[in-house]
Design a protein around this ligand. Structure first.
Ligand code: C5P
Ligand code: MG
Length: 190
């Protein structure tokens, strides 16, 4: 298996680039945000619990997201590999992900970090709010999501840097330009 993490603040383009990566490299998309939104739409106990946090722009506790990821990995060990999108969001999640993959004799090859300035992120998320109507894309929630990213999630970069897997990429420009930069990195690993 070849597994990668696509990382970055909200609005960096993780979901958009994931779709292009899946098509080209045939990896399986594992987006914890999409799984949580599915649970919310089906009004499961987990979805209702997560909704309260997501609508404030807060993080869902590590144990809950880890459980979701674990079951998704264990049910898809026959696949070519995973692209983790929106996970890990804390250092503990990153540590556990390494352990989970190691238990299955595989690992994360590279973590691609999309770098975009805050004002550009806000602009993109407000545009998405108009197009998709996501409840957590209001200006107050956007600001809190970026704050949580800066205070907690951004530290995940250090974890991957220590093990030489951290690849920062300029996340501005056209979708194709950004994808080209990602492919240059992935072609060294896949
Ligand atoms: O990844 P995405 O931006 O789609 O996630 C949407 C929301 O889901 C986040 O703002 C956060 O509230 C929650 N989430 C989380 N932990 C994750 C993934 C998503 O708390 N690992
Ligand atoms: Mg996303």
């Amino acid at each position: 298996m070849v597994n990668i993490v696509i990382f970055g603040p909200p609005g960096a383009g993780k979901g958009t680039q994931s779709q292009l990566i899946i098509d080209k490299y045939k990896l399986m998309h594992l987006s914890t945000g999409d799984i949580l939104r599915g649970e919310m739409a089906s009004e499961t106990a987990l979805g209702l619990e997560a909704k309260k946090l997501i609508e404030k722009g807060e993080l869902v506790p590590d144990d809950i997201v880890i459980k979701m990821v674990r079951s998704k990995i264990e049910n898809n060990l026959d696949k070519k590999g995973f692209i983790f999108d929106g996970f890990p969001r804390t250092t503990r999640q990153a540590e556990v992900l390494d352990k989970l993959l190691e238990e299955n004799n595989t690992s994360i090859s590279v973590m691609i970090s999309l770098e975009v300035e805050e004002e550009e992120l806000v602009k993109r998320l407000l545009k998405r709010a108009e197009e998709e109507g996501r409840a957590d894309d209001s200006i107050e929630v956007i600001r809190n999501r970026i704050k949580v990213y800066n205070e907690v999630t951004s530290r995940v970069c250090n974890y991957y840097e220590k093990t030489n897997r951290y690849k920062p990429i300029d996340g501005t420009g056209t979708i194709e330009e950004i994808f080209g930069r990602i492919c240059n990195v992935l072609d060294e690993h896949i």
